[in-house]
Design a protein. Structure first.
Lengths: 297, 504, 124
């Protein structure tokens, strides 16, 4: 636009918006010029500078982090010797809340194990959050490791096929026989722990972990193919989701009724929740194992 | 019998958990996407109703999660502030998903899309509980839910740098929650409660008698630092640019706009409800927060000026904006907390808009991210260009936009502080720095490059990318409306926040 | 000083473990070692938490029928919290291990500084 004609302010502005001319005020020019040197530098130079920055960061980081960590540890050490002495009944933690739990658990929740009564009934919302954490963990591990075109190459598939073939042709007889013998008892014990959580040590979490352990033993003895014929992906998903859903719904009803003062017979709640937690935990443990090993359920 | 509206917070939490589980059943990307949008809309509407009820009656209430009243059972507490925050969070969540929808389905493999929405739904549940919780340990459990869901959302794009950014983010987050947990344990050992009201009483008595003085200070410090690390407080922010800058657009928007805020809201709850602002000032934690906030405001902006990658520039600018929030909290006065809460809302509206617009601009420029390749891109999608401009101007603090009001109230709050001069000067300096990187970015997208360069870029652009994206347009328009709303009718909103902080 | 240390021996051991875990987590370059450090750190916190609930001479909080006397049992709250905490830590560990497996598949290394350099090169 160098026709020498004096432009109106509006015209200049329109040109500037269209990108036809350079802005004339100093500030804008300054601000625009700030960028170009970096944008037009050759990529090698830029890369070199980035590498230098990274090196500086990696050199400085351990010093700073080490210093902070040591300071933190010293502070913690100087703190914990001043906390209330270990094992004394008069400590602030042993207040009326814990006495209430011990004295009224059986009456109010029907459990004689105060820990089970606490985590499933008094503080059950935490436990719901915890089951959600487990659910999330399996989902995110699936997101990472489930076979798709991003994380699978021919080599991995080849390795998996070879492992299957070895499994079929050279089964480990000692492992198979003992697994066959042990698995029923492990599952039985898991159910015992699961359903007796209210009156003895145990409950959904421990029972579920044992159940998952039994599944893993069976799977590693007979090969994952064998078990995934019994426990297909859809069955696995159904069990996992039914578990959490049953928990959420039961507990939702319980919270709603409890908070609004509606009287409900919730004797069955503990059993349902224990079972649901057990299923979620078992599926999580087995899911981790099979996802890490095979990348599919 | 309690009035029905008191059930709404619980119903919102319940809906988001059930939607998360349902998404795992459905597994189809498009359907779960619609479910997540419907969930956000429902929660926004329910929370708005709750906000109306609470604000007109000027009350807050404790809702026991089960039969057992505090201090024996879990509880949540809702007041006008919580209802307002949740309403805005739900709106922003829905709009971020809407605005980044196209690139979301482009970036994530079809079979993993269902899982992505499991994460968003449970993230919403985590955020809701972080805002509403009245129990320390529930807070810890849902911090972890939020962490896992947020990390999974970063890595969903599944490229190499993405995975590395995720693991750095994960380790820093774990450090943060570890420090929070050990602080919580120490506090429990000297005060003995987990519910916030009895805990506050116990803490007040301890502070008055001077008993267990050292463990008390250390536990407060550990919890603040733990939440600060997760909220990207200044020296602990190094994970943020890669994690937020590399993720898919919706994830970046949600992480910057909401996840950081969730932890900070929990910190505000602790400061006002449990420890009390007076104790925070007395033990010097406030001053530390103030210093780190001021440093963050400057260094975040300086780091953003060095960036050429538009999303990482925005992520670095988040560090600066989070610095404002910590600075407001560090003033240790009610006015400072109010300004910080308002800035949470402003930033939750601006940053997702900027991320969505940046994502859209890079989509219409052949998925390039560096600013030089985005030259003139605003003409290829005018809505994105306008949205980016409005968001950036609001971040700089131009009147009529939300950012101006929050800066105004920060300055007002600083007037009462003994560090008035430092704070005001830093706000001024930071505003100039903000302008120094946002104005060039605005100019870069609006100034047309030479014709040959456009031709070169257009070669890489697929025709389906330049098609009009209706859901993005709706999201950008709604975000801009929200920013103007915050910038023009700020009085009622500040009244709600003030009432909320009083009724904490 | 020495008396205080002996009195709070569990807490002191927990802090030492926490320090070991923390230093490993922050300073190791190998991602696996970082995860191990994190596990140690979390276990230390659980040790501290569990030791809060113990009362000398009292039994496990499983109430015998007929004798509802709170002074016979230890405090059940910390045990319940530890249970919750352990589950959370297991989930997080599994997630980070899965991430490391994917990173190893893609880059063939799990040393953080090498990974950072490679990641810088890949960006546009």
């Amino acid at each position: 636009m160098s026709d020498g004609r004096e432009k109106s302010a509006w015209r200049r502005f329109a040109d500037w918006v269209n990108g036809d001319s350079e802005p004339i005020d100093r500030t804008t020019q300054y601000v625009m010029n700030r960028r170009p040197p970096r944008q037009e530098e050759p990529p090698e130079l830029h890369e070199q500078r980035e590498r230098l920055r990274l090196k500086k960061f990696l050199g400085l980081y351990p010093l700073a982090a080490g210093f902070l960590c040591v300071a933190l540890i010293a502070i913690l050490f100087a703190t914990v010797i001043y906390i209330p002495p270990f094992g004394q009944p008069g400590n602030p933690t042993n207040n009326e809340v814990s006495r209430h739990y011990l004295e009224y658990t059986e009456e109010e929740t029907g459990a004689t194990n105060a820990v089970t009564g606490m985590i499933l009934s008094y503080r059950g919302f935490d436990t719901l959050g915890e089951s959600c954490v487990l659910f999330l963990a399996v989902s995110s591990v699936m997101m990472l490791l489930q076979r798709d075109k991003n994380n699978t190459d021919e080599q991995t598939l080849h390795r998996l096929r070879r492992e299957d073939a070895i499994e079929r042709t050279h089964p480990d007889n000692i492992l198979r026989k003992s697994a066959k013998l042990l698995t029923p008892f492990i599952l039985l014990f898991a159910l015992y722990v699961l359903f007796n959580g209210e009156i003895s040590p145990g409950g959904g979490f421990s029972g579920g972990a044992i159940l998952g352990g039994g599944l893993i033993l069976y799977s590693s003895a007979y090969g994952p193919e064998q078990l995934s014929r019994l426990l297909t992906r859809s069955l696995y998903d159904t069990v996992r989701i039914t578990g959490l859903m049953a928990y959420a719904l039961t507990y939702g009803i319980y919270i709603f009724a409890g908070a609004n003062g509606i009287k409900l017979e919730m004797e069955w709640m503990m059993i349902v929740i224990d079972l649901a937690v057990g299923l979620v935990v078992a599926c999580t443990i087995y899911g981790f194992y099979t996802m890490f090993q095979r990348g599919k359920v | 019998m309690r009035p029905f509206y008191e059930n709404l917070p619980f119903i919102c939490i319940f809906i988001s958990i059930v939607c998360g589980v349902l998404s795992a059943v459905i597994r189809d990307g498009r359907k779960t996407y619609r479910l997540a949008l419907a969930m956000s809309a429902t929660i926004a509407v329910l929370s708005a109703v709750l906000l109306y009820c609470l604000y007109t009656e000027n009350i807050s209430f404790v809702y026991s999660m089960g039969r057992f009243a505090a201090p024996f059972g879990n509880a949540i507490k809702a007041g006008p502030l919580q209802a307002l925050l949740v309403t805005v969070f739900a709106i922003v969540m829905g709009l971020s998903l809407l605005g980044g929808g196209q690139s979301l389905f482009h970036d994530i493999l079809p079979e993993k899309q269902g899982l992505y929405f499991v994460m968003t739904d449970l993230l919403m549940a985590g955020l809701l509980v972080l805002v509403y919780t009245n129990d320390m340990f529930t807070g810890y459990v849902f911090i972890e839910i939020t962490t896992i869901a947020a990390c999974a959302m970063v890595m969903a794009k599944d490229t190499g740098p993405n995975l590395i950014a995720t693991i750095r983010y994960l380790f820093m987050s774990l450090l943060g929650s570890g420090l929070f947990l050990i602080g919580l344990t120490l506090l429990n050992s000297i005060a003995g409660y987990l519910l916030m009201e009895p805990l506050a009483n116990a803490v007040a008595i301890l502070a008055e008698l001077g008993q267990y003085h050292r463990p008390l200070i250390v536990s407060i410090g550990l919890m603040v630092v733990g939440l600060g690390i997760k909220g990207a407080m200044f020296p602990f922010h190094l994970w943020l640019p890669d994690a937020h800058g590399g993720a898919t657009t919706s994830s970046s928007a949600i992480l910057s706009g909401l996840v950081l805020k969730g932890y900070i809201v929990l910190l505000i709850t602790l400061m006002t409800r449990v420890f009390g602002l007076e104790l925070m000032r007395e033990v010097g934690v406030s001053n530390i927060l103030l210093t780190l906030g001021l440093l963050g405001m400057i260094f975040g902006s300086l780091a953003a000026m060095r960036e050429y990658h538009v999303k990482r520039m925005l992520a670095n600018s988040s560090v600066a904006q989070i610095g404002y929030i910590f600075m407001g909290l560090g003033l240790g006065t009610e006015a400072g907390v109010v300004a910080a809460c308002f800035h949470i809302l402003v930033h939750a509206a601006c940053k997702p808009l900027l991320f969505c617009c940046a994502g859209r601009l890079s989509t219409v420029s052949g998925h390039h991210r560096s600013l030089k390749n985005l030259r003139g891109s605003a003409y290829r999608d005018v809505a994105a260009g306008v949205g980016f401009t409005v968001g950036a101007l609001s971040m700089i603090g131009i009147p009529l936009l939300g950012g101006f009001v929050s800066k105004l109230y920060f300055s007002k709050a600083a007037l009462e502080s003994p560090f008035m001069a430092v704070v005001l000067l830093t706000i001024a300096a930071s505003t100039v720095l903000n302008a120094l990187y946002y104005v060039p970015a605005i100019l870069a997208i609006w100034v047309r490059p030479p014709w040959e360069e456009i031709q070169l870029i257009m070669l890489e652009v697929k025709p389906e990318d330049t098609r009009f994206d209706r859901s993005f347009f709706i999201a950008a328009a709604a975000f801009m409306g929200l920013i103007f709303l915050l910038g023009i009718v700020y009085h009622p909103i500040l009244n709600v926040i003030e009432a909320g902080v009083r009724l904490m | 000083m020495l008396e205080a240390i002996v009195q709070n021996r569990f807490a002191v051991v927990a802090v030492i473990l926490f320090g070991i875990g923390l230093l490993n987590m922050m300073l190791q370059q190998n991602l696996m070692k970082k995860v191990i450090g994190f596990s140690i750190m979390d276990s230390a916190v659980f040790l501290l938490l569990a030791s809060l609930g113990y009362i000398e001479g009292h039994g496990a909080p499983i109430i015998d029928e007929g004798s509802v006397n709170a002074s016979l049992y230890i405090n059940p709250i910390p045990s319940g919290l530890v249970l919750t905490g352990i589950v959370v830590s297991v989930s997080v560990t599994a997630f980070s291990l899965a991430l490391i497996q994917r990173i190893y598949q893609r880059y063939g290394t799990i040393e953080l500084h090498e990974l950072l350099e490679r990641a810088k090169k890949e960006e546009d």
